[in-house]
Design a binder for this molecule. Structure first.
Ligand SMILES: [Fe+2]
Ligand SMILES: [Fe+2]
Length: 129
């Protein structure tokens, strides 16, 4: 994954830094090494919890009206990450974890950032202007 200025930059430092950090951790995985997938997704889960809690603090602070949809989406992805991690003991589980990691997670990241996160930043900026 690459941090693409056109697509990913929100011009809101706290969130941009968290998103860059996500990509950095994401990219640290060693391909064809299941143990590495497990280690990196564990790290990513911890970072993502911090990332979401920072965004949710902003939602509360600015009384963001669409907080429910946004928080639900956060909780959904945390549950998914936990689920695939918990079920990665068998070879089958490891394959599923890898598919989730390589196919679904980047897609989710792009979609969430360009829709919900962008909307949140837009709202904060409007409120501050
Ligand atoms: Fe985010
Ligand atoms: Fe978010």
């Amino acid at each position: 994954m690459e941090f693409l200025t056109d697509k990913h930059l929100l011009n809101f430092e706290i969130m941009d830094d968290l998103h860059k950090e996500f990509i950095e951790i994401y990219n640290s995985v060693e391909e064809n090494n299941y143990k590495s997938y497990k280690n990196v997704i564990t790290k990513l889960l911890e970072q993502t919890k911090r990332h979401f809690s920072e965004e949710e603090k902003l939602m509360d602070l600015y009384k963001y009206p669409r907080f429910k949809e946004h928080k639900d989406e956060h909780n959904k992805v945390l549950k998914e990450m936990e689920y695939f991690l918990k079920n990665s003991h068998s070879i089958f589980g490891q394959k599923i974890l890898k598919s989730y990691y390589t196919q679904k997670l980047p897609y989710w990241f792009d979609l969430h950032l360009t829709t919900m996160d962008r909307d949140l930043v837009y709202f904060i900026k409007e409120k501050n202007s």
